[in-house]
Design a protein around this ligand. Structure first.
Ligand code: ADP
Ligand code: MG
Length: 448
């Protein structure tokens, strides 16, 4: 190294020796995929600058091989105490990296991203924790050992949210990486119009320049033969190049009506599903979303009521809050269960069809080692009275039945008895942990 501190070139022999050691240590595959692209640039001070063809390589090596590369260089090349990766100037391409043939950085193909769909805004619970972890993993460092990642599940369970969260995360933390995020609809549309306008080469180039390609609702390309064909080739190209892909679908790949070869490609990485939400997840989503309405004063018991009764999708939960907020904005009043039940009749009716009072009675009786007829009987032993009250309480919570209707279902009791039971259990839950746990369990059993 030059004493004046000006950059000097490095000892090629020492460089080669380092490469040989790295190859021996990490194996040919890793070496050929990542390390062989390193080029020594200059020494600046005690730091060796190493050029790499793109951000993907830089990020991968930084995340996975940095220590090892630094160790080798420092011990072999005299005067070096650290290394730094830089992007190789594009005109210096040696041609061994195919991506240099596909230069456009910001594409016009990607779908716009929704600002709210970030990891920060995504609530995690048992039903979606695995999908969430897989998505986080991709965002943190791709390509991952699973490629592609395929997320499937019912409508409104957060698939689009997760895909876009990956995109936001990567944009922020790896701004150089090329992320292409597309709804499958847009993919088909862009493909067709690019053919019509003679710009198919541009379209292909954009897709093939992606470090991370994500296509949402991939089932949409079913039945569209030429699009599938294009998709297949893009897929193979990107896999060969070691780029990451993420897809979502409303079904697992095997159930989508696609050509066999496309289906098997889609299943070849990690296939994960978002399960229907459970009560806890619904509640935590509601609590989080309710905060987005600063003027809305909505108590936890109302949110809990919504979480118990609106079970199909997050969209439904969002719709409910929106409606409640709009209503009390126009006509200010307390938000309580009665108001909510009134406002959301339609939504709730759909939900209540799923659990009948009879089911509630049977499941509750069973839980306490009784028969359903015991609950309906007139017997007043403590062993029966408490479970009966619990069943009444659950009917009130889970169904949209009125007090008199519930009373009738309990062999024609008076509605004040039901009202008393509901209040009693409500207050007992706060002090009796065992009872509270019983009810939690019953709610899960009844509502899945
Ligand atoms: P999908 O693509 O599975 O049909 P979306 O991702 O479009 O569902 O989700 C529907 C709505 O629900 C979106 O507004 C999304 O932000 C919200 N959402 C879904 N899951 C969650 C979650 N776990 N936490 C917070 N919001 C969620
Ligand atoms: Mg979606």
């Amino acid at each position: 190294m030059d004493r004046t501190g000006t950059p000097t070139t490095i000892d090629t022999h020492a460089w080669q020796k380092s490469l040989t050691q790295l190859k021996a240590k990490h194996g040919e595959k890793t070496f050929d995929a990542w390390l062989c692209y390193m080029e020594p640039k200059v020494v600046s001070g005690k730091t060796l600058e190493i050029a790499l063809p793109n951000a993907l390589h830089i990020n991968f090596i930084r995340a996975n091989l940095m220590q090892s590369v630094r160790g080798c260089m420092v011990s072999n090349i005299s005067g070096i105490e650290d290394i730094r990766f830089v992007l190789r100037a594009p005109d210096k391409s040696l041609g061994h990296v195919k991506r240099e043939a596909f230069p456009p950085p910001r594409d016009q193909v990607s779908s716009p991203l929704d600002q709210r769909y970030t990891f920060d805004n995504f609530m995690v619970g048992r039903p979606n924790q695995f999908c969430h972890a897989a998505a986080k993993r991709v965002a943190a460092s791709f390509p991952t050992e699973f490629n592609p990642l395929f997320i499937h599940g019912g409508v409104g369970l957060g698939k689009t949210h997760l895909l876009q969260a990956i995109a936001w995360d990567v944009r922020q933390n790896r701004p150089d990486a090329r992320v292409v995020y597309l709804s499958a609809e847009r993919f088909v549309h862009a493909f067709v119009t690019s053919i019509q306008s003679g710009k198919i080469a541009d379209f292909k180039r954009t897709l093939r320049s992606a470090d991370l390609l994500m296509i949402d609702d991939i089932q949409f390309i079913a039945g569209k033969d030429s699009t599938q064909e294009e998709f297949f080739h893009t897929f193979n190209f990107l896999i060969d190049e070691g780029r990451q892909m993420v897809f979502s679908g409303d079904r697992p790949p095997g159930d989508i009506d696609l050509e066999e070869r496309v289906r098997s490609r889609l299943s070849s990485g990690l296939v994960v599903d978002v399960h229907p939400m459970d009560y806890e997840l619904r509640l935590s989503i509601l609590i989080a979303k309710a905060r987005q309405y600063p003027k809305l004063d909505i108590g936890e018991e109302v949110l809990a009521y919504l979480a118990r009764n609106l079970t199909t999708s997050v969209r439904e939960l969002e719709g409910a809050l929106l409606k409640i907020n709009a209503h009390v904005d126009i006509s200010p009043q307390d938000v309580n269960i009665d108001l909510v039940r009134d406002l959301l009749q339609d939504m709730l009716r759909g939900a209540s069809r799923r659990t009948t009072m009879r089911e509630i009675q049977t499941v509750t009786a069973d839980h306490y080692g009784l028969k359903r007829v015991d609950l309906l009987s007139r017997r007043r032993t403590q062993k029966i009275v408490r479970p009966r009250q619990v069943a009444m309480y659950l009917c009130k919570q889970i169904t949209t039945k009125s007090l008199p209707e519930i009373a009738r279902a309990f062999d024609g009791r008076d509605h004040t008895t039901v009202m008393y039971a509901v209040r009693k259990i409500d207050s007992l839950r706060k002090e009796d942990a065992e009872l509270d746990a019983d009810i939690g369990l019953l709610l899960r059993r009844l509502q899945g």
